[in-house]
Write a protein that binds this ligand. Structure first.
Ligand code: FES
Ligand SMILES: [Fe+2]
Length: 370
């Protein structure tokens, strides 16, 4: 799946996981009609597939009868059949449709039995899966109100898009605070086309809380208010040819960073997610959409090429960090550069414990050098 190098897993310590939300499980393009594949999401084994009518499904990859993976069995485009005793299931609802061993003398109603099936929808090329809180029942037939499906912001009908992903050997918290860490840029992302180490300078950025009612339901977070982006990086210089450029960056729970760069009617937007695969490993996905520089030949492959270098620099750093984390060192979060990480941990705890307090009293200005 990943277009980047596969890494040897050196799992760090586990993280608490936030259930009851949408996560990108796999690229939807990998799911062809009548086929299935498997994936791990928040430590849960999933059987993902696409029915003959094109609909996606995500089942827990465990038969409710005796626990054998359903992926060991068969899928005919309509029904998943377990290899062990041949029970069949409708995969979108998980409803059992047949138990071959039953006779006319049996009173068991097979259709009262359900395998776990989760809501699964396609957007921005991801197959998003909603994983309910453990013990909250089968997600796909719970009928409850689901939070809105996350999406890359888009500001015109026509646009181009691309996706990159990389596996990270660290727990989701390290992946996420790496994502919002402003101080690593001049060190991890040194390159002639982005920036040099010598370009480090003092910055002042304004942040404001995002309350629960934005981005839907319990997805509180914080926003780096619209500002003019770093003038020292080449991509922003290119965009700046269209007029003044502004960037807005939102982080919202459980794992999403939205960045929108706008310049008149031109725009470039990303949704970056860090998704727990297991409690000690995760995957970063960057989905981008834009309507800028459509006239530049090979802009999409160039963007993917440079984007991949950027993500690989983060990935390589986290591979090295995971080596250190194996020894369980005590860690530090310093002001102001690690303040966003502190907000993240506080927001996550508030969500996990169901206590509503936002860690930011109101707008906050942070200072750091990067
Ligand atoms: S274990 Fe699946 S049908 Fe028995
Ligand atoms: Fe980075």
């Amino acid at each position: 799946m990943s277009e980047l190098v596969e890494i040897a897993a050196v799992p760090g310590p586990p993280a608490e996981l936030v259930f009851g939300d949408w996560y990108p499980a796999i690229r939807a393009g990998e799911l062809r009609r009548g086929r299935t594949t498997t994936a791990l999401l928040l430590g849960h084994p999933l059987l993902l597939g696409r029915k003959s009518d094109g609909s996606l499904f995500a089942m827990r990859d465990l038969c409710p009868h005796r626990g054998i993976p359903l992926s060991a069995g068969w899928f005919d485009g309509e029904r998943v059949t377990c290899k062990y005793h041949g029970w069949s299931f409708e995969p979108c609802t998980g409803q059992c449709t047949e138990i071959p061993s039953l006779t006319d003398a049996d009173t068991l109603d097979a259709t009262k039995i359900f395998a776990a099936a989760y809501p699964c929808q396609q957007r921005d090329g991801h197959a998003w899966v909603y994983l309910p809180e453990p013990g909250a029942g089968m997600g796909a037939r719970s009928g409850g109100e689901l939070p809105p499906l996350p999406e890359v912001p888009k500001f015109s009908a026509r646009y181009r898009s691309a996706h990159l992903s990389a596996d990270l050997p660290c727990n989701v918290d390290h992946g996420i605070i790496g994502l919002m860490d402003p101080a690593h840029g001049p060190f991890v992302h040194q390159s002639w086309w982005w920036r040099s180490r010598g370009s480090i300078h003092a910055k002042e950025k304004h942040f404001e809380p995002i309350r629960d009612d934005e981005h839907g339901g319990r997805n509180a977070g914080f926003r780096m208010a619209a500002h003019t982006p770093s003038s020292n990086s080449l991509p922003y210089k290119l965009l700046g040819a269209h007029g003044p450029v502004t960037t807005t960056i939102d982080f919202v729970l459980p794992n999403r960073r939205y960045e929108t760069i706008r310049c008149g009617d031109k725009w470039f937007a990303t949704l970056t997610t860090v998704t727990p695969v297991t409690p000690s490993t995760c995957r970063i996905d960057v989905c981008a959409a834009w309507n800028v520089l459509a006239w530049v030949p090979f802009f999409t492959p160039l963007l993917k090429y440079f984007g991949a270098i950027f993500v690989r620099q983060d990935q390589q750093t986290m591979v090295e960090q995971a080596e250190g984390l194996r020894y369980g060192p005590a860690l530090m979060l310093i002001d102001d550069a690690d303040k966003p990480a502190k907000w993240y941990f506080a927001l996550k705890q508030a969500r996990l414990r169901g206590t509503g307090e936002h860690p930011m009293p109101g707008p906050v200005t942070l200072h750091w050098r990067s």
